[in-house]
Design a protein around this ligand. Structure first.
Ligand code: S3P
Length: 438
């Protein structure tokens, strides 16, 4: 077994605001004429890029205090075409959701781009259905940069081949901007923050099943107050750290607990991890609570396909927990991991193999026999005795943070090649983690 050396007696922390909700707070503020008040906004590169992009169309931004903003929109019909490219940096959510909104804004011309990693990510998943709605959107080989000429779109009905909240939200925002109707169906529920904010602003969705709904104009966008809770995807790093403590616990306060996001809690619990939920409440249509992760002994548990969308971003850190599980770890039905900030199947498999760990790679996941068992003990003693390894982070924040948690709980000297990507989602991660090492 890998040693567990870290102890912590009941440390309390908070994590920065939810990334998905922060992006959406900007986009719904753009749609809502007048002043919207946002608190808990994630001041990290990804949502800040979305915010900056829309200032180029006329969104007013006033910073009140850390994470607290007033966004003033002239209303969706009074926005102007931006004079320069909109740069979404590393953010798939930023570019895909914004593309939908812009496609539905008559008279707006815009070019949307991003960094090297974003320019490699698939955009056909939004381009195809948007074109079926009558949108004018193109990209070379269906990748960013994307050229958009906003126009009035048609009513549309879509059954998505993938459970993706980015695709769903892109089409919903296109329908909202263009005042057209949308019927949308997916196989497994993807995160439903867009649905929640849409309703929070006074609109109605008609559901045919939990994964099949229709929205119909007229829509109402009353500028409101959005409270963004801490991001469960960021909390996940410290929940796994808490469960992997040699002894003690960690309390992460004020975390968003939307049921479509809590797969990490279900999976850790199924693996024998003790996570206690305190102080549950509803804020701005979203469940919120405090999470206490307690030192636990983990075991293998199958992760069912239906859970995958609700823990898709947490798979790298869940894998780190799985390294400590009796019986090993496996993740399947997760081919979407190949379309994230990096190909996360390759990123995890390569880095773990580099540590001497045996990993079986599949098209849709990977499997790791129990570490220390006869099936998986090849070079273990060498890296445990201080050899350590370099970690290839592949421009991916979650890969970097996952291996830094492994280093903290085990003491194995791991050196990430670059950590600046962490700024895209979790400023302050390194100092928060160092706090546990003192
Ligand atoms: C997000 C949806 C997910 C997730 C991403 C954020 C969102 O992507 O991986 O980090 O805010 O809608 P997909 O919906 O494409 O799976």
């Amino acid at each position: 077994m890998i040693p567990r050396i870290l102890k912590s007696s009941g440390r309390e922390i908070t994590v920065p605001g939810d990334k998905s909700l922060s992006h959406r707070s900007v986009l719904f503020s753009v749609l809502s004429k007048g002043k919207s008040h946002v608190s808990g906004f994630l001041e990290a590169e990804d949502p800040l890029n979305t915010m900056k992009a829309f200032t180029l169309l006329g969104l007013g931004v006033e910073k009140i205090s850390k994470g607290e903003y007033v966004f003033t929109s002239p209303g969706k019909n009074a926005l102007q075409s931006p004079k320069s490219e909109l740069d979404f940096g590393n953010a798939g959510t930023g570019i895909r959701l914004s593309a939908g909104l812009l496609c539905g804004l008559s008279g707006i011309n815009a070019k949307l781009t991003g960094d090297h990693s974003l320019q490699k990510r698939p955009m056909s998943r939004i381009i195809k259905p948007l074109i079926s709605m009558g949108a004018s959107i193109s990209g070379k080989e269906d990748k960013a940069p994307l050229e958009i000429q906003g126009k009035k779109l048609s009513d549309f009905s879509y059954k998505s081949p993938i459970a993706s909240a980015q695709v769903k939200s892109c089409l919903m925002l296109a329908a909202m901007a263009s005042e057209t109707s949308l019927e949308y169906e997916e196989d497994i529920l993807s995160r439903d923050h867009t649905e929640n904010m849409f309703r929070f602003l006074g609109n109605k969705l008609t559901f045919y099943s939990p994964v099949h709904f229709k929205m119909e104009p007229p829509y109402t966008f009353e500028a409101k107050e959005f409270k963004v809770p801490g991001d469960i995807s960021s909390a996940a790093f410290f929940l796994v750290l808490g469960v992997l403590l040699k002894e003690g616990s960690v309390l992460v306060k004020n975390v968003g607990l939307n049921p479509s996001r809590v797969g990490i809690l279900r999976a850790l619990e199924a693996m024998g991890g003790k996570i206690i939920v305190h102080n549950q409440r509803i804020e701005c249509g979203e469940p919120v609570g405090d999470l206490e992760a307690v030192s636990s002994n983990l075991r293998f548990s199958e992760i069912p396909e239906e859970w995958i969308p609700s823990l898709i971003d947490e798979i790298p850190i869940l894998t780190i927990a799985g390294l400590f599980a009796k019986g090993g770890f496996a993740i399947r039905h997760a081919e979407e991991l190949r379309a994230k900030e990096s190909d996360r199947i390759i990123a995890m498999v390569e880095n773990l193999r580099n540590l001497g760990i045996l990993v079986h790679e599949y098209k849709d996941g990977y499997e790791i026999p129990e570490i220390g068992s006869s099936a998986n003990s090849s070079e273990l003693s060498a890296w445990l005795s201080g050899k350590g390894a370099n970690i290839s982070t592949k421009m991916d924040h979650r890969i970097a943070m996952s291996f830094m948690v492994l280093r903290a709980v085990s003491g194995i000297p791991l050196t990430p090649d670059e950590t600046s990507w962490i700024e895209t989602s979790f400023p302050g991660f390194e100092s928060l983690l160092e706090g546990f090492l003192k």
